[in-house]
Design a protein around this ligand. Structure first.
Ligand SMILES: NC(=O)c1ccc[n+]([C@@H]2O[C@H](COP(=O)([O-])OP(=O)(O)OC[C@H]3O[C@@H](n4cnc5c(N)ncnc54)[C@H](OP(=O)(O)O)[C@@H]3O)[C@@H](O)[C@H]2O)c1
Length: 267
């Protein structure tokens, strides 16, 4: 039986084993998928060991998404641009790295019917998750793509790194005063601290949508803020989580599972 795993620390809370078990049942495939706790200082050792044991693929979660890149034989272009790897595919001699987070995000927007093309889009935050969604967002041709952050240097660096693919406008949160956006994406981790970031007054245009990469309890502060802005649609990142998993499953197994029933079941 082909074996797969998600590696991270902590990893016991991961929903990936439940998601992949549902994908396997749904597609009639037989596979094993487990969560393996891996400390940062033992990452290289674990990767070699899991390869030697014959694992066919791995998902990579915090805190290894960046460090694992240097341990791959090859890294896809989209993963290089995202600056992180979340999926490993076995080769005869090691691991090939890819990143399905950006694809998962865009597929979730499409599933929800939230458009990007021709709209003014604001990404809040400029960390790893924000970096991972910029390439697929630019590919959807928004009217404008703004990235705002507390630390002003990070959006500047992102704008520079992505300039070959399109224009990313770097801003700070407070400089957004008076602006209006059709889609606001929260890519900060502030929700995990139980708070919404400080923003100027009305930022969402009439009919505008709000999407949070966080889910669970971390989604609550952004959801309440989006409600106060009169958002037409408000979504959390659970769909993105399932969609990025489906993209990894397709890379490993050559078959794309249906995501909607799995998202429904997880809720
Ligand atoms: N749904 C999914 O599949 C999925 C996938 C990946 C990530 N995520 C979620 O995305 C979020 C971001 O993850 P990440 O990996 O990008 O984290 P990260 O690299 O640590 O970046 C965190 C970002 O949040 C900002 N931030 C944190 N606390 C803040 C506060 N109190 N006020 C203002 N800004 C604050 C940081 O601003 P500074 O730069 O100024 O510090 C930075 O821009 C997390 O909630 C994560 O769970 C979801």
């Amino acid at each position: 039986m082909d074996r797969y795993a998600v590696i991270g620390q902590p990893v016991a809370h991961s929903k990936s084993p439940a998601i992949h078990a549902r994908f396997a049942r749904q597609t009639g495939q037989t596979l094993a998928y487990e969560a393996i706790e891996v400390a940062p200082e033992r990452l290289a050792e674990h990767l070699a060991e899991l390869h030697a044991k014959g694992y066919a693929g791995l998902n990579v979660t915090l805190p290894h998404k960046i460090a694992v890149m240097a341990l791959c034989e090859a890294v896809s272009e989209r993963a290089q641009r995202a600056g992180a790897v979340n999926t490993l595919i076995r080769t005869d001699t090691g691991w090939r790295g890819d990143n399905t987070d950006g694809e998962g995000f865009i597929r979730d927007l499409q599933r929800l019917g939230i458009a990007v093309a021709g709209r003014r889009v604001l990404v809040l935050g400029a960390g790893g998750a924000a970096r991972g969604i910029l390439e697929p967002l630019l590919a959807q041709r928004p009217a404008e793509l703004v990235v705002s952050n507390r630390n002003p240097w990070k959006p500047e660096a992102l704008a520079e790194d992505f300039k070959a693919l399109g224009t990313v406008v770097p801003r700070t949160h407070l400089s957004l005063k008076g602006d209006r956006f059709d889609l606001i994406v929260n890519a900060t981790s502030a929700g995990h601290q139980g708070r919404m970031i400080a923003l100027p007054g009305q930022l969402l245009a009439t009919g505008g949508d709000a999407y949070d990469l966080s889910y669970g309890a971390a989604f609550t502060p952004f959801r309440e803020w989006a409600q106060s802005q009169g958002a037409a649609r408000i979504a959390d990142g659970l769909g993105m989580l399932v969609e990025q998993a489906a993209a990894a499953f397709a890379l490993w197994r050559g078959q794309r599972p249906q995501t909607a029933p799995v998202i429904e079941a997880l809720r």
